[in-house]
Design a protein around this ligand. Sequence first.
Ligand code: CA
Length: 227
Amino acid sequence: MPENVNWGPMRLLLIEDDQMIGETVLDVLRSENFAADWVRDGTVADEVMQREQYDLILLDLGLPGRNGLEVLRSLRARKDKTPVLIATARDATPDRIAGLDAGADDYVVKPYDLDELLARIRALLRRSAGSAQSSIEIGDLRVDTLTREVTQSGKSVPLSAREWAVLEALVARPGAVLSRAQLEEKLYSWKDDISSNAVEVYIHGLRKKLGSELIQTVRGLGYVIYK
Ligand code: CA
């Protein structure tokens, strides 16, 4: 297993001043297991981006404080190459061009088509990862942390977002026993209450899909995947 892989969830910064749109997009991002922060103002965005590292920035251009184009230009002026996806109104072609010229990597039009938004985010993350190693193999299992594709003996195995979160945590550290509490933490990015047996439920689901041998129970301690 390569040592330089970042196995944490992808960190996204959402910069959006509209409360309803922001909440909707944030929910979708989190339900896809992205760790997403949300700021509503260009000046604040500027500060946050200088302090924190993100894998991708989703930037609305019409913002209070500093507008999106200024925020983007400052980011690039700092030689920060974080991928930026800009959001513009459907009919705002000049904005789109100005944004791309200012260093945006791609754009989406508003109102968002959420499936398209997610597809563009994934594509951009893949592109920015370039040749970076993003998959791990354990026996006949192959897990791609960018595309979130899981295959077993070459056959794709669809997982729910929560099953994915549990599996991702376990394959990230082969041989390490993760407690139920540690795994529950991976599920807490969703707003729903976590039932006391949630982890067991997802482990059960994963075993049904991937075989009973892969994830082992260490009595009293937790769960482990051995490489
Ligand atoms: Ca706006």
